[in-house]
Design a protein. Structure first.
Length: 322
């Protein structure tokens, strides 16, 4: 029996409007069509697990014997465990719509500092999105490349947040190893009528759950003169929680920089573990994204005072082929 984790959904295939740019400076426009598919055959499920106390402080020193993994209702046997440093590839998706104009310098600085503080072996790439999205040339730790691309940031247009996230997931999902995404936005999606996304929030959450990318969201709430904002907190919270990441809602530009720093720190405070699922899945049905959602839960034995963050599950189907 071979396990297949399928990273494609019918809804995303129909609704996603952004695909990979052929040139780094060429923007992607809503209305473009293409097959967004993330598919890989695996025999194990790999998890990045963060454990913190009630004050949000990382808990070091745990061992394989301290953890319980539940796949559905079945406890699994851990086949791989490590608390050692693991390099991570990060996609920074930065909202560059017209509303960020007044704090452009702060956003550029926060992203540059993130790239400057990459750990050994880490790489990053920057995506700038509004009604269009464009990417830096490659995943890299070359600061001059990141700096040059950030300086090209010209705030304009409305926010196609959902399409941009799906596009960013497609970009980073082709990379091997640990993957993360940082999404910075000051607002909700403008929607198709106002040059926003053709994909929905549900499509985007589905794509995130289908990926193996840990997503951190930074919703900047400091724009409105009356203290109000258009940030979709429920969506950004759900996106982060589904993938084992965190959501931040800074209220001023200094707090934006701190949020980027907190994400940087969080990326390497984790335990990495894997298991071979013990249960046999039911036969696959025709709609790919319904082939079998497997809810996951990771616990620390006899420690109800600790908070465990990891992805909430995966989609899987059986494949009888050798």
């Amino acid at each position: 029996m071979r396990w297949v984790v399928t990273f494609s959904t019918m809804a995303v295939l129909m609704a996603a409007s952004m695909s990979v740019a052929q040139e780094p400076s060429e923007p992607l426009r809503p209305g473009q069509t293409g097959r967004l598919q993330f598919a890989v055959a695996v025999e194990t499920v790999t998890l990045d697990v963060v454990v913190v106390d009630r004050k949000g402080r990382f808990v070091p020193g745990l061992t394989e014997d301290d953890f319980i993994i539940l796949d559905g209702a079945s406890e699994q046997q851990i086949t791989f465990f490590s608390d050692e440093f693991t390099p991570v590839t990060t996609m920074l998706m930065l909202d560059s719509s017209s509303s960020v104009r007044s704090s452009l310098s702060a956003i550029q600085t926060a992203a540059y500092l993130f790239a400057q503080n990459l750990s050994e072996g880490d790489t990053a790439r920057i995506g700038l999105f509004a009604s269009e999205v464009r990417y830096g040339e490659r995943f890299s730790r070359n600061l001059s490349e990141h700096y040059a691309f950030l300086r090209s940031m010209r705030p304009a247009g409305r926010t196609a947040l959902y399409d941009a996230i799906i596009s960013g997931l497609e970009e980073v999902s082709v990379i091997d190893g640990r993957k993360s995404m940082l999404v910075f936005t000051d607002g909700d999606d403008a929607g198709p009528a106002d040059q926003g996304s053709t994909a929905s929030s549900e499509d985007t959450l589905e794509a995130a759950k289908l990926s193996e990318v840990t997503i951190y969201t930074v919703g900047f709430t400091g724009w409105g003169p009356d203290g109000s904002d258009s940030v979709n907190r429920p969506f950004l919270n759900s996106l982060a929680e589904a993938t084992g990441g965190r959501a931040f809602f800074p209220e001023d530009v200094d707090a934006v920089r701190q949020a980027f720093t907190d994400v940087q720190d969080d990326l390497h405070r984790h335990y990495r573990m894997a298991y071979a699922p013990l249960e046999t899945l039911e036969p696959a049905i025709s709609v790919e994204f319904a082939e079998g959602w497997r809810p996951l839960e990771v616990r620390v034995k006899d420690r109800d005072d600790l908070v465990v963050r990891t992805r909430q599950g995966y989609y899987a189907s059986t494949d009888e082929s050798p």
